[in-house]
Design a protein around this ligand. Structure first.
Ligand code: NDP
Ligand code: 2IT
Length: 444
């Protein structure tokens, strides 16, 4: 059996109850076969793949917090410090009831290669909790965030591990966590990114993941003789990534006709009103069902359905495995040209294969959504030099990073004989740098 298959089998046995982690590992290991197979004996002897798939450190802790009635709740907190070969651990914190160790490991594993692809010196990590922020008051959110950070602060630091936002963690939560970190450690340092602008945050970090997704999508289309101008785009999600993906797609001349949240989805034939969406989601923290009351031409449907809408470009920006093979078939039947992932692993394995087999340009999240973490790394740079850059400066660096990233994965796919397969390109290019650093640093 090949070394790659041997390790996939080991990981499957050892982590059989972590399907998302297995899915992420299978995809990456399968893609990097050309590198591993070329020097299999040495990689096996050095246990390179075993070291790659086992996190350097996993932290799991109790998070007790008190609600507004004085009742105590206990959630579970996680931080997986996956790989620090190329820099300090970096990655977001997810707050969602579906969080478990397998979810955090899948996200942390993906983050290793994503962070490598940014070209910036950041290793891979991820954390979060099964806490559900929905319906909680600001005080309850603060109570949770302070308790979470009371434990997490022992393991992180500006040169050790730098968490940030993800599902359920936005500016409000990062603010509460930063306040508690500073209080407990007596350090005002950039150990979190996505901070408010008045205390070390970077301009354009809020917009970065969505904008970056569109910079990459635009570059992809241009390299194939097309552009976003006049294209119809469908987006899922209505959170941080989705909102700024919609905004930038519209700035680039596309018409975005859908968005969704966990209860339903909107079809707006006139194009999503992004200011209204921001007001509903960022200010009022309300349900998407409220969209229709201000936009009579729009439709609101319960459940899922954005992938059934005819489009040229599809941008899944909500959560993992939200686009399955039936959705992929509907997209292909409707003539989709490109699917670029704003979320992490939103497309199932079967759907990915179907899209690729049918000639759709498919760019995986670890490449397409890397603009968020890349801009987090720019926030770290600004914190280190105690300066802040203008919006234009950060945004133009982000654009350059995403364009370079596209060419990097495109070239890697070509170099290894997989032209047009951006999954292979992203995994190969991301892995090359991590492997080089791991080899240079010995067996650690
Ligand atoms: P948010 O919490 O801001 O938004 C998540 C959106 O997805 C919400 O509209 C949410 O609906 C919707 N959603 C639908 N179904 C689910 C579900 N089952 N679980 C969770 N959310 C669901 O998160 P982000 O926009 O920050 O993150 C979206 C995706 O992008 C995630 O995969 C994340 O890992 C990824 N990502 C985020 C980055 C960032 O910088 N924030 C960077 C790179 C990737 P509802 O409002 O009803 O909960
Ligand atoms: O998935 C991701 O890349 C993020 N949630 C952003 C991580 C970060 O450190 O900015």
């Amino acid at each position: 059996m090949s070394y790659v298959d041997e390790v996939i089998e080991q990981v499957t046995v050892k982590n059989h109850d972590e399907p998302e982690f297995l899915q992420a590992v299978r995809e990456v290991l399968d893609s990097i076969r050309p590198i591993i197979d070329a020097d299999e004996q040495r990689f096996r002897r050095d246990a390179v793949l075993e070291r790659l798939v086992n996190p350097e450190r996993q932290i799991k802790f109790r998070v007790p917090w008190i609600d507004d009635n004085g009742d105590v709740h206990v959630n579970t907190g996680y931080r997986v410090q996956f790989n620090s070969a190329i820099g300090p651990y970096k990655g977001g914190l997810r707050l969602h009831p579906s969080v478990n160790i397998g979810i955090i490991k899948f996200l942390g594993f993906e983050q290793i290669f994503k962070n490598s692809l940014t070209g910036l010196p950041i290793g891979g990590g991820k954390g979060g909790s099964d806490f559900d922020p929905k319906g909680k008051s600001d005080r309850e959110i603060m109570s949770f965030c302070q308790s979470f950070m009371t434990e997490l602060c022992k393991y992180i630091g500006a040169d050790t591990d730098i968490p940030a936002g993800d599902i359920g963690t936005g500016g409000r939560e990062i603010g509460f966590m930063f306040g508690q970190y500073k209080r407990l450690r007596n350090l005002f340092e950039g150990t979190l990114t996505g901070k408010g602008l008045s205390f070390g945050g970077s301009l354009a970090r809020t917009e970065a993941t969505g904008y970056g997704l569109l910079y990459l999508t635009d570059e992809l289309l241009r390299c194939h003789g097309e552009s976003l101008e006049g294209k119809t785009v469908v987006v899922s999600g209505a959170g941080n990534v989705a909102i700024y993906a919609i905004e930038k797609a519209q700035q680039l001349g596309a018409k975005v006709v859908t968005c969704s949240d966990s209860t339903g989805w909107v079809y707006d034939p006139d194009g999503i009103d992004v200011e209204l969406l921001k007001d509903i989601k960022e200010v009022r923290r309300a349900r998407l069902s409220e969209y229709k009351s201000s936009r009579p031409n729009a439709e609101y449907h319960e459940g899922r359905g954005v992938w059934s809408v005819k489009c040229d470009v599809a941008l899944p920006c909500a959560t993992q495995n939200e686009l399955d093979v039936d959705d992929a078939k509907a997209l292909v039947a409707n003539g989709v040209t490109a699917v670029c992932e704003g979320a992490n692993m939103p497309t199932t394995e079967a759907a990915t294969k179907y899209l690729q087999d049918n000639g759709v340009y498919f760019v995986p999240g670890k490449a397409a959504n890397a603009g968020g973490v890349a801009t987090s790394a720019l926030e770290m740079s600004q914190n280190s030099e105690r300066l802040s850059w203008s919006f234009e400066e950060v945004d133009s660096k982000l654009k350059t990073i995403m364009e370079n990233l596209y060419h990097n994965i495109d070239n890697a796919a070509k170099r290894y004989g997989f032209e047009g397969n951006y999954v292979a390109g992203a995994n190969l290019a991301g892995f090359e740098k991590v492997l080089d650093a791991m080899n240079a640093q010995g067996i650690v």
